[in-house]
Design a protein around this ligand. Structure first.
Ligand code: PLP
Length: 395
């Protein structure tokens, strides 16, 4: 028998992909499935971005690039960060990555090892814990609670930190809850972090443009007192409907830039060259497609939450970020995963059980509104019928 290292047995999954695959399988069998499990915009990448990639290929820009990204794109990201956060970041701290997720991978690989602790949000994006487990570090969940509007509570987070804490992972606006961390909690957290000078912060801000009801995004980068240990994760996937392009960016503290560059050289050499030219067009070109997309998400968000609150045994907060709702289903009598599975197999609605985002996700479902209003209405109509019929027979 071959003997891969034990870390691979600890690697987890992103169940959204399994649900996507099962939904596709059912559709191929002729079943009518509506997917509210999806974590990507249902919009096309704007034409001028696509054109920039095509032009790059036609112009012969198809070779390797610098492992850190093409200089024009790193400059464009630095200018964008200056505009969106007010923080001047030299372009040499910008890394162009093959997707937002790869920054997560790099940061957790850089800080995770047996004997250290890494804090991560629960419920949260499942890859955080998966990668922490892979490295052998101890994964310490930071509870993300409905009563805090699905934002972390700084005091509770800080109480979980010890001298062994090497990395704290934050995500706002958040997947799967749509929660947005308020300024007060962030200020308290930053103040508390000064007592833990060896803890780095990975701030996943990939949904930073998807905000509603006047919610403000506060980048962790905007605090000079911790700037030398904040890794900022962001990218094009969500804001520009570019999930399949595999293009992301991150800002690294000066002391870590060369480490991540070497990881890139060892693992992926560089990011797909035409995608990088598309990335420039996205940041520097017209932003109206994104604005329209966010406006449309806002409309659907309200429709989705209204419909969810009309379901028997379900209550749902109005989230202020990303494109997810996280309804509380504890009044239905169902556990989340059996309900998600029954809804997919028997009602033709794909959504994700809260426990796929961590233990504290029990009692919740993730319902994405990255689908048309018509589909959302139809899908939640099916869920309503199903719950009405099966409430008595709940598991
Ligand atoms: N971070 C969060 C919180 C996400 O939800 C996702 C994607 O779903 C990512 C990062 C990864 O984005 P990308 O597709 O650019 O790798």
């Amino acid at each position: 028998m071959v003997r891969p290292v034990a870390g691979f047995d600890r690697l987890g999954e992103e169940n959204a992909f399994a649900v996507l695959a099962r939904a596709a399988e059912l559709t191929a069998q002729g079943r009518d499935v509506i997917n509210l499990g999806i974590g990507q915009p249902d919009f096309r990448t704007p034409d001028h971005i696509v054109e920039a990639a095509v032009r790059a290929l036609r112009d012969g820009k198809h070779g390797y690039t610098d492992a850190t990204g093409i200089p024009e794109l790193r400059e464009a990201v630095a200018a964008h960060v200056a505009g969106s956060t007010g923080v001047t970041v030299p372009a040499d701290r910008v890394m162009i990555m093959p997707g937002g997720k790869v920054t997560m991978f790099a940061a957790i690989m850089m800080f995770g090892e047996p004997g250290v602790d890494i804090l991560y949000p629960d419920p949260g994006f499942p890859i955080y814990k998966s990668m922490i487990d892979f490295t052998g570090a101890r994964a310490i969940p930071v509870p993300i609670r409905e009563e805090n509007n699905f934002a972390f509570a700084a005091e509770e987070l800080l109480s979980l930190m010890t001298p062994n804490t090497r990395l704290v992972i934050l995500n706002s606006p958040a997947n799967p809850t749509g929660g947005v961390a308020p300024r007060g909690e962030i200020n308290r957290l930053v103040a508390g972090l000064l007592d833990h000078p060896y803890a780095a912060v990975l701030s996943d801000e990939i949904y930073d443009r998807m905000l509603y009801d006047g919610a403000e995004h506060i980048s962790l980068l905007s605090f000079p007192e911790i700037r030398n240990r904040v890794i900022l994760l962001n990218g094009w996937s969500k804001a520009y409907a570019m999930t399949g392009w595999r293009l992301g960016w991150s800002i690294w503290p000066t002391a870590l830039v060369d480490r991540v560059r070497r990881l890139a050289v060892n693992a992926w050499s560089c990011v797909n060259a035409p995608a990088q030219y598309a990335g420039i067009a996205a940041l520097e070109g017209p932003q109206d497609s994104m604005t329209r997309m966010v406006e449309e998400f806002d409309r659907r968000r309200q429709v989705t939450v209204d419909l969810l609150n009309g379901l028997p045994g379900v209550s749902c907060l109005l989230p202020r970020g990303a494109f997810y709702t996280f309804p509380n289903i504890s009044g239905t009598g169902w556990s989340a995963k059996p309900l998600a599975s029954a809804l997919l197999e028997r009602a033709g609605v794909a959504l994700i059980g809260g426990p796929d985002f961590g233990e504290l996700g029990e009692g919740y479902l993730r319902v994405s509104y990255a689908n048309s209003e018509e589909n959302i209405r139809q899908a939640l109509g099916r869920v309503s019928e199903f719950l009405t019929e099966h409430r008595a027979a709940a598991h």
